[in-house]
Design a binder for this molecule. Structure first.
Ligand code: FAD
Ligand code: SF4
Length: 518
């Protein structure tokens, strides 16, 4: 570790900037010191899943070792080394003096908080320079062409523009297969035979004992299951192996079972999902290489339907880039949005999984166990419950930001506040993702083993999602009635007789008053 040499330049790399293909690393400059640092301040602003923290630190350490092996000068600082630095500014000021560096360089952070922090550095360095992360398909400077602050922007138009611009799944100017979107064929439920043929998820066995010892010694608060073995990919090689596994074994069913959930298999937590979000969000993988690899698999085989590959491309090329645009065009005000004026506290079972609602218990326990849940578990189980129960969005944000290994604010926040909680009043979603227990029953086998009855609305044991759904529709009438996509819900509610409406609302009030003990 270079502690006494002088360096002209310090290049600071954040934990989610582990992009080995960045142009910074094209040549070796003896005057440049690369710094990666474990910082307490990054661990304390919310409670993170222990596997998330450990995976980030392991990935950072491995990245530093790789740069070093490639011949770069690298300083990796552990929590022990940064214990006296209150924040990044203090750390960088100290290092600038220590190495007599005249220039500090960093890649533009994807998170607003760090972006502001690094743009306002106060250090003895004469020059501070910002670089692009060279990660996203849409350059930062061009986001304004697609998104405007406070204006709704729909995924579909943006996604089609990107398909054309990058010539992805296009033939002679038209979408491959003749359709832009195969969403409607991506909603299959898993039957018994489907469940028995689920792939055995590829996981890794990364030793985390030393990092864990450090975290515990520094008494870092955390949530989730502590384990010495991290099964997430922690370097580019493992990330590429996971991508390969996904393309070989999961892509052919990805679209079909994208929205499905089950409790009836030990592979239920992974299904046909890629679990590439950690590799993508740490930038160990580039989104274009992920899309190209998947399309290459689709083209070389004849057992992958267009609906499967299109479903996957829509997530990576479409949703991921779109969500980033929404974030940057609307921050920092986006953090304060609360269109539905939700103000209840997040129930304790979000932190310990102790609830009789089987769908919530399964999803939360899986998340505590693995730091992962797939999209529909996040959106239509935990997210939907929080929406129906009227949980204050900042508390919902904190939960999602802490619990998932892939959670970084630029992607977590618009998914949570926008898509899931409708707190942005419709910038992301054209209507709230509100549904009764019937949706969960249709897409999963959770209800089979639940203490509540999914078929009932107002009995003592009726599924809380059912009455809360109608309560949601009823209580937000003035805000939502004019939404064309909710018209049928209001027509149905008004068609119920007075007694049914009253019993349903009584049951909903009971659920709300007893939210903690459901
Ligand atoms: P797959 O289902 O295999 O999809 C492939 C890839 O597409 C993902 O890895 C991801 O990079 C991208 N993708 C898919 N959906 C989205 C989306 N809605 N927004 C952005 N990218 C998407 N994703 C995160 O990466 N970090 C988060 O913190 C996060 N928080 C979320 C919170 C809520 C409330 C919801 C509803 C969704 C959230 N998502 C988040 C989006 C999505 O759920 C995850 O990207 C996905 O579940 C990750 O698992 P996977 O890699 O197996 O995805
Ligand atoms: Fe969830 Fe309701 Fe089904 Fe129980 S009955 S698993 S609470 S949707």
């Amino acid at each position: 570790m270079p502690t006494s040499r002088q360096f002209q330049r310090i290049r600071f790399i954040l934990g989610d900037q582990l992009n080995l293909n960045h142009s910074w690393f094209n040549s070796i400059d003896p005057g440049t010191l690369y710094v990666l640092a474990e910082m307490q301040s990054e661990l304390l602003y919310t409670r993170h899943h222990i596997q998330k923290i450990t995976a980030f630190f392991l990935a950072m350490e491995t990245f530093a070792s790789q740069l070093s092996a490639d011949g770069h000068s690298v300083l990796y600082l552990t929590l022990d080394d940064t214990v006296s630095d209150a924040n990044l500014n203090e750390l960088l000021a100290r290092l600038t003096e220590q190495f007599n560096a005249g220039v500090i360089e960093f890649q533009r952070p994807d998170e607003f908080r760090l972006f502001q922090h690094l743009r306002n550095l106060d250090t003895p360095a004469k020059m501070i320079k910002e670089f692009d992360t060279e990660h996203f398909l849409v350059p930062f400077e061009q986001l304004g062409k697609h998104f405007k602050e406070g204006k709704a922007a729909r995924l579909e138009a943006f996604y089609r523009r990107l398909r054309k611009q990058f010539n992805i799944l296009m033939e002679m100017g038209a979408p491959t297969g003749g359709q832009w979107n195969y969403d409607s064929s991506n909603r299959k439920r898993l039957k018994k035979t489907d469940i028995s043929s689920l792939p055995n998820p590829k996981t890794f066995h990364n030793d985390a004992a030393q990092v864990l010892e450090r975290l515990n010694r520094h008494e870092i608060p955390y949530i989730g299951k502590e384990t010495n073995i991290i099964q997430l990919p922690i370097n580019r090689q493992q990330s590429l192996e996971l991508l390969d596994f996904f393309c070989t074994h999961c892509l052919k069913m990805f679209g079909d079972f994208q929205d499905a959930m089950t409790q009836s298999s030990e592979h239920a937590w992974s299904l046909y999902h890629s679990r590439l979000s950690f590799s993508l969000n740490t930038k160990m993988l580039h989104p274009k290489e992920v899309v190209d690899r998947a399309i290459n698999e689709f083209e070389k085989r004849n057992d992958i339907d267009i609906s499967q590959i299109e479903g996957f491309v829509r997530q990576v090329l479409g949703w991921r880039e779109y969500i980033r645009g929404i974030y940057w065009m609307n921050m920092p005000n986006y953090s304060k949005t609360n269109f539905l004026k939700a103000n209840r506290n997040l129930p304790t079972y979000f932190w310990d999984g102790q609830t009789q609602m089987n769908c919530i218990s399964r999803t939360v326990n899986q998340s505590l166990e693995t730091a992962y849940a797939h999209h529909i578990q996040r959106l239509m189980v935990t997210g939907e419950f929080a929406l129906l129960a009227g949980i204050e969005p900042t508390q919902v944000d904190e939960w999602y930001l802490g619990i998932y290994a892939d959670a970084v604010e630029w992607v977590q926040k618009p998914n949570t506040r926008g898509m899931s909680q409708y707190a942005d009043g419709g910038l992301v979603a054209s209507k709230p993702y509100a549904a009764s227990g019937n949706y969960i029953n249709k897409m999963s086998d959770y209800c089979r083993d639940c203490s509540y009855n999914v078929k009932s609305r107002s009995d003592e044991d009726s599924c809380p999602f059912n009455s809360l759904y109608w309560h949601f529709i009823d209580r937000h009438r003035s805000l939502l009635e004019d939404n064309a996509r909710l018209k049928m819900a209001y027509v149905s509610w008004d068609r119920f007789d007075e007694a049914t409406r009253s019993q349903t609302l009584t049951r909903a009030h009971h659920c709300i008053e007893n939210l903690e003990s459901l």
